[in-house]
Write a protein that binds this ligand. Sequence first.
Ligand code: SF4
Ligand code: SF4
Length: 136
Amino acid sequence: MAEALRFECQPGCTECCRQKGFVYLTESDVLRIAAFLGMTVKAFERKFVYRTRNRARLRIPRDASCHFLLEGGCSIHAAKPTQCRIFPFWPELLDSKREWRKTARYCPGLDKGPLIQIESARAQAREMREAYPGLY
Ligand code: SF4
Ligand code: SF4
């Protein structure tokens, strides 16, 4: 990776929300999103969360990529899951030019906008590693 990179999320775009894959949740994601929706944690979990022994993730609806993706974008934007907030500064993307370039094929915000120092991007990648220790 270079010393700095460019990124600016593009208004109206929702491409990253439409990609295949899981949206993993931290325990604080669960509490925050349930509160944002005005639901009890129990009701939120029942409706939107799938748990395995070590992980929690959003359930995927049958006919869409995410329950919270509406026409205007993410309907829980202010409280969205950590991995959604940190994208595209995920460790696996920052650590690999190839993966970064692959992501640029669907994310029009990569290589646009203001320069972001690599240290600041790496700090976000660290937050991601700490938030989801089972994934890294
Ligand atoms: S794909 Fe990129 S530009 Fe589009 S919403 Fe996601 S982060 Fe923003
Ligand atoms: S929670 Fe919001 S940001 Fe994350 S995938 Fe769903 S719609 Fe996109």
